[in-house]
Write a protein of this length. Structure first.
Length: 115
């Protein structure tokens, strides 16, 4: 499976819809775990990116929400969103101007620890 396989699901979502985002989301990718989880739940990963890009950061703590607000105006900070789905959580992480990645909680632990 390629990096972008399954990202858009069966929806006809256009990248143009993401132009109204709060910040530059860069290249969009999803981990294989996130794609598998989203497929099992019938949700395209891009749906989480759309929420994230609009400023709906999901269920994050107040400190992360403050960091996300800073990330909107300062590309040195990543923006992180968390969305509960079933018994799991889907994370969306943007490094402005570089990339946005949809990942599972397990993937996020590895990401946050620099692995």
């Amino acid at each position: 499976m390629g990096l972008f396989d399954g990202l858009f699901g069966k929806s006809s979502t256009s990248m143009l819809q993401l132009r109204m985002s709060c910040f530059n989301i860069g290249t969009i990718a999803a981990t294989p775990n996130a794609v598998a989880l989203c497929e099992a739940l019938g949700i395209a990963p891009i749906e989480f990116v759309k929420k994230h890009a609009s400023g709906d950061f999901g269920v994050i703590d107040p400190d992360q929400r403050e960091r996300n607000q800073r990330a909107i105006s300062d590309a040195r900070y990543p923006a992180v969103s968390a969305y509960p789905v079933g018994s799991s959580v889907v994370y969306v992480v943007t490094r402005q101007g570089d990339s946005t990645t949809v990942m599972t909680a397990t993937d996020y632990v590895f990401y946050a620890n620099g692995r």
